[in-house]
Design a protein around this ligand. Structure first.
Ligand code: GLG
Length: 835
C-alpha cells in the first residue's frame, strides 16, 4: 500500500495527524491549524464565523479519515452495495450532528471553550444545507444517517444545487415572499470537491441505428460535464462513514476550439449558459409535478453521472455484466431518477455490446422504486416531444420496453384494449406523455409505499393493474422512519440524558426498541416530574426564540400545538386555522367568568408554499392575519396565540419539535402517504391529534389509541363524501354551522379586506375536495377532548406523553433501512474493524 521504502515516514506522519476522541488539546491544535492555514487568519482576527469554519474543517478531517478507511475496506471486501438516488437531500446543519455521531461533542465543547468560544454560538453560525422541499428530501437524509450507522456499504447520489429551497419571508400584509438561498456563498466546509471525478453528459443530438444489432449511435447535441462533490456522513458508534455524492454541471471544455481557431478568444472561453443553469436551483415544488425541460436535464445529468460512477467501480472488479445485480442495487427515491433505467439499457446495449434481451434481464434486477404519493398532480409524466428532443435514444429504448411489455399484457389479457391503454408507459393523446411511475414499476424488481395504508392504496388504486400483472410480491411496504440521533439526541439533549440515565446505557441510540423498557416509568411520579420539567424547559426555549424573532409573548403553560410541514390543501392547514377562528369567536362570546374555564392554546404553524401555489399562499396570509388580530385582543389575553414562524427549516424544526405538546396531523384520510413530522413529534412526547391517515395509523397502534386524539372520516368513506360534496352539495350551513359562522366572520373583513380570501373559501363552499367542512365538527370535538385532559389531569397527560415517546422504536430510520436492506436490497453490514 505504501510507496516502496517510504512506509515508516508515512506511518509516522499519519500518527502525528491522529487525534484521539477525548484529546481536547489535540482537537484545539487542529482548530488553530485551520484558523492559521486554511482560513489564513490569526487569533486576533477571529470572529465566530471563522471559529465555526475552522471547527468544521477540523471535524471534516475526522470524517475524511473515516471516509477513507470505509472506502478502502469496502473496496477490499467488494460487497454488494446500495446506491440511494434522491433528487433532494435535506440535510440541515452538520456540525452538531457530526460531533455527536463521532462521539466527540464534549471534546469539541471543551476545545472551543479553551480557545475562547462557546460551542453553541459556533453551531448557530452554520447555514442549513436545504437541498430539499420537505418529507422526501429529509427522508433521504435520515436514511443515509442510518445506512452509515448500520455500517451498510452504500452511497447517496444527488445534485449540488447552487440555490437550495427559497428563503421565505412575509410581507406586512402576511403574504409569502421568496428570496434565493445562496447557501454556497460562504465556503461549504462539509463538502470535498472532486474536480477529477467528472463524467461527460450528452443532451439532444442524433441517433443512428447500427445495422443488424440492437445498438445505436447517439452523437452531436450538447455535451457537458458532471463534477462530483462529496459529503461524508458519519455513522453513530461505528467507524463507518457513508457518502452523498452530489453533481454539479460544468461546460465540457476549458475553451471552444472552433472559436479559438477563428481568433475569437472571448467566445472560446464563454461557458454555455444552458449548461451552467442545469444545477443552478432546486425546484421548489412538493407533491406537485412541473414538466420543465430544465428539470429533465437535471434528472438525466444526475442519473447518467451517478450510473457512470457506479459502473466504473463495478468494472474494476472485472466481472461479467450478468453479475451486476449481485454487486449493486439502486433505490429510486420516487420517480425522479426513473430515466436511469433507460440509461443503464443504453450503456449496456450501445456501449457494452450486450443484446437488448440480456440487457433487460440485468437491468430489471438492479432497480427498486419507492412511491411517495397517490396524488395525481404529483405523478411525473413527460411530454413525448420534449423527451424526444432532449433524450432521443432514451425515448427509443422506452418505446421498445413498452412494446415488449404491452405484448406480454396482451398475451395474458387478449382483446383487452382498455387495459393496454391504461397500462401503457406511453399515454396516448395529444400531447403524448411518458408515464414515469409505470416505467419505474416495469423496470424494477420491487416497488414500495411508505406506510401501511399508503402501500395498500397503491396496490388497490393507482397500481392495481400492475399488481395483477406483476403479482403481489412485486409490491411491498416499508414504513418511513426518522433518525433518533438528530431527532432526539441532538434536538432534545435533556430528554436524551434522562432516557440514557434511566435505561443505564446509550444503547437505545442504535436500538430504539429499547425505549419501550421505559414505558413502566410512566407510572412513576418522579419520572413524570422529570419528563415534564424537560418539556417545560423546551417550551421556554422556544418561547424565547419566538419572543426575540417575532415579538410575540407566549404562555408556556398553554397547549403548544404544532402543525409544521409544507403548505398544501391536502394537509389541511385550513382545517386548523378555521378551528382557531372558531375558538376565538367562542372566547369572545364567553363571559369573563366562563373564560376562566377555557384552556389556553398556542397554535404554531411553519411551512413554505410552492411559489406558484396560490391557494396555499392565501392560507399563510390568513394564518398571519388571524395571528395579528387574536394575539393583540385584550379579551383573549393568554388564552389563544397564533404564531406563523417564517422560513421553516431543519434547524428550526429542531427547536420546535421538542417543545410541542400536540402534534397536528390532519390530512384528509388517504392523502398523506406517511408523514414524518408525526414521528418526530411523537418521539419528543407530543400527543397525536390526527386523522386516520398515513403513518398516524401505525403511530396510534404502537402508542395505543388511548394516547391519541384521532378523528375524521376514514379513507374508505372519503370517496363517497367527496362525491356528495361535488354532485349533491348541501349548503355549508348544513354541513357545518360552526364553519359557516367562521366563514361569515372572515368575509366580514375581520382579517383583512373582505374578498381577499374568497377563492380560498370557495374551495370549501364548492366541491370541498379535501372534506374540510365534513371533518370540521369532529376536529372541534377532538380538540375538546384535548382541553379536558389538559385542564383536568396534567399527570395523566404526562403519562400519555411518556408512553407515546417510548413507543416510537419502530419509527427509527434504522428499522426502515434494515427493512430495505433485508427485504429489498440484499445488502449486509460491512463494519470497518475497530483496529
Ligand atoms: C412525501 C409524502 C409524505 C412522506 C414523504 C416521505 O408526501 O407523506 O412522508 O414523502 O416518504 N413528498 C413528500 O414529502
Amino acid at each position: 500500500e505504501w510507496p516502496v521504502g517510504q512506509e515508516a515516514t508515512w506511518k509516522t506522519a499519519l500518527k502525528a495527524n491522529d487525534v484521539d476522541e477525548d484529546d481536547v488539546q489535540g482537537v484545539a491544535n487542529t482548530i488553530v491549524r485551520h484558523v492559521t492555514t486554511s482560513l489564513a487568519r490569526q487569533a486576533g482576527n477571529m470572529d465566530t464565523i471563522a471559529a465555526y469554519q475552522a471547527t468544521a474543517l477540523s471535524v471534516r478531517d475526522q470524517l475524511i479519515k473515516r471516509w477513507n478507511e470505509t472506502t478502502s475496506y469496502h473496496t477490499a471486501r467488494a460487497p454488494k452495495r446500495i446506491y440511494y438516488f434522491s433528487i433532494e437531500w435535506l440535510i440541515g446543519r452538520s456540525l452538531d450532528n457530526a460531533v455527536l455521531n463521532l462521539g466527540m461533542k464534549n471534546t469539541y465543547e471543551d476545545a472551543s471553550r479553551k480557545l475562547g468560544f462557546n460551542f453553541e454560538d459556533l453551531l448557530n453560525e452554520e447555514r442549513d444545507a436545504a437541498l430539499g422541499n420537505g418529507g422526501l428530501g429529509r427522508l433521504a437524509a435520515c436514511y443515509i444517517d442510518s445506512m452509515a450507522t448500520l455500517s451498510l456499504p452504500g452511497w447517496g447520489y444527488g445534485l449540488r444545487y447552487n440555490y437550495g429551497i427559497f428563503k421565505q419571508m412575509l410581507s406586512k400584509t402576511g403574504e409569502q415572499l421568496e428570496a434565493p438561498d445562496p447557501w454556497l456563498d460562504r465556503e461549504n466546509p462539509w463538502e470535498i470537491a472532486r474536480l477529477d471525478v467528472a463524467y461527460p453528459i450528452r443532451f439532444y443530438g442524433n441517433v443512428e441505428p447500427v445495422a443488424n444489432s440492437d445498438k445505436a449511435v447517439w452523437s452531436g447535441g450538447m455535451e457537458c460535464l458532471a463534477v462530483a462533490y462529496d459529503t461524508p456522513i458519519p455513522g453513530y458508534a461505528t467507524k463507518n462513514c457513508a457518502n452523498i455524492r452530489l453533481w454539479s454541471a460544468k461546460p465540457v471544455q476549458g475553451f471552444d476550439l472552433n472559436s479559438f481557431n477563428a481568433g475569437n478568444y472571448e467566445a472560446s472561453v464563454h461557458a454555455s449558459s444552458e449548461v451552467g443553469n442545469i444545477t443552478q436551483v432546486l425546484y421548489p415544488n412538493d407533491n406537485m409535478y412541473q414538466g420543465k425541460l430544465l428539470r429533465l436535464q437535471q434528472q438525466y445529468l444526475w442519473c447518467s453521472a451517478s450510473l457512470q460512477d457506479i459502473l466504473r467501480r463495478f468494472t474494476k472488479l472485472e466481472l461479467p455484466w450478468t453479475q451486476l445485480p449481485d454487486y449493486i442495487c439502486i433505490q429510486m427515491n420516487d420517480t425522479h431518477p426513473t430515466i436511469v433505467i433507460a440509461e443503464l439499457m443504453r450503456i449496456l446495449i450501445d456501449e457494452e455490446d450486450i443484446s437488448y434481451d440480456q440487457a433487460w434481464k440485468i437491468t430489471t434486477k438492479v432497480f427498486a422504486y419507492t412511491n411517495h404519493t397517490v396524488l395525481p398532480e404529483a405523478l411525473e409524466k413527460w411530454e413525448v416531444s420534449l423527451f424526444e428532443k432532449l433524450l432521443p435514444r432514451h425515448l427509443q429504448i422506452i418505446y421498445r420496453i413498452n412494446h415488449d411489455f404491452l405484448q406480454q399484457v396482451a398475451k395474458r389479457w387478449p382483446n383487452d384494449n382498455d387495459r393496454l391503454a391504461r397500462m401503457s408507459i406511453i399515454e396516448e393523446g395529444t400531447p403524448k406523455y411518458v408515464r414515469m411511475a409505470y416505467l419505474a414499476i416495469v423496470g424494477s424488481f420491487k416497488v414500495n409505499g411508505v406506510a401501511e395504508l399508503h402501500s395498500q392504496l397503491l396496490q388497490a388504486t393507482i397500481f392495481k393493474d400492475f399488481v395483477e400483472f406483476k403479482g403481489r410480491d412485486h409490491f411491498t411496504n416499508v414504513t418511513n422512519g426518522i433518525t433518533p440521533r438528530r431527532w432526539l439526541l441532538q434536538c432534545n439533549p435533556e430528554l436524551s440524558a434522562l432516557i440514557t440515565h434511566s435505561l443505564g446505557s446509550e444503547a437505545w441510540l442504535t436500538n430504539a426498541q429499547l425505549l419501550k423498557n421505559l414505558i413502566p416509568m410512566a407510572e412513576q411520579k418522579e419520572f413524570r416530574k422529570a419528563f415534564d420539567i424537560i418539556k417545560q424547559n423546551n417550551k421556554r426555549r422556544l418561547a424565547e426564540v419566538i419572543e426575540q424573532e417575532l415579538g410575540i409573548t407566549l404562555n408556556p403553560r398553554s397547549v403548544f400545538a404544532a402543525q409544521i410541514k409544507r403548505m398544501h390543501e391536502y394537509k389541511r392547514q385550513t382545517l386548523n386555522i378555521f378551528a382557531i377562528i372558531h375558538r376565538y369567536l367562542e372566547i369572545k362570546k364567553a363571559s369573563p367568568a366562563d373564560r376562566k374555564k377555557i384552556q389556553p392554546w398556542t397554535f404554531i404553524f411553519a411551512g413554505k408554499a410552492a411559489p406558484g401555489y396560490y391557494i396555499a399562499k392565501l392560507v399563510i396570509r390568513l394564518i398571519v392575519n388571524v395571528g395579528k388580530i387574536v394575539n393583540n385582543d385584550q379579551d383573549v389575553g393568554d388564552l389563544l396565540k397564533v404564531v406563523f414562524i417564517p422560513d421553516y427549516s431543519v434547524s428550526i424544526a429542531e427547536v420546535l419539535i421538542p417543545a410541542a405538546d400536540i402534534s397536528v396531523q390532519i390530512s384528509t384520510a388517504g392523502t398523506e402517504a406517511s408523514g414524518t413530522s408525526n414521528m418526530k413529534l411523537a418521539l419528543n412526547g407530543a400527543l397525536l391529534l390526527g386523522t386516520v391517515d398515513g403513518a398516524n395509523i401505525e403511530i396510534a397502534e404502537d402508542a395505543g389509541e388511548d394516547q391519541c386524539f384521532m378523528f375524521g372520516y376514514l379513507n374508505d368513506q372519503v370517496q363517497q363524501v367527496r362525491y356528495n360534496n361535488s354532485y349533491n352539495p348541501t349548503p355549508l350551513e348544513q354541513r357545518s354551522p360552526e364553519l359557516a359562522a367562521v366563514f361569515k366572520h372572515i368575509e366580514s373583513g375581520a382579517f383583512g379586506d373582505a374578498g381577499i380570501y374568497d377563492s380560498l373559501l370557495k374551495t370549501v363552499y364548492e366541491h370541498d375536495y379535501y372534506l374540510v367542512s365534513n371533518d370540521f365538527g369532529s376536529y372541534l370535538a377532538a380538540q375538546k377532548l384535548v382541553d379536558e385532559l389538559w385542564g383536568g389531569d396534567p399527570e395523566e397527560w404526562t403519562r400519555k406523553a411518556i408512553i407515546t415517546s417510548c413507543s416510537m422504536g419502530d419509527f427509527s430510520s434504522d428499522r426502515s433501512v434494515q427493512d430495505y436492506a433485508d427485504g429489498i436490497w440484499g445488502v449486509e453490514s460491512e463494519r470497518v474493524p475497530d483496529n
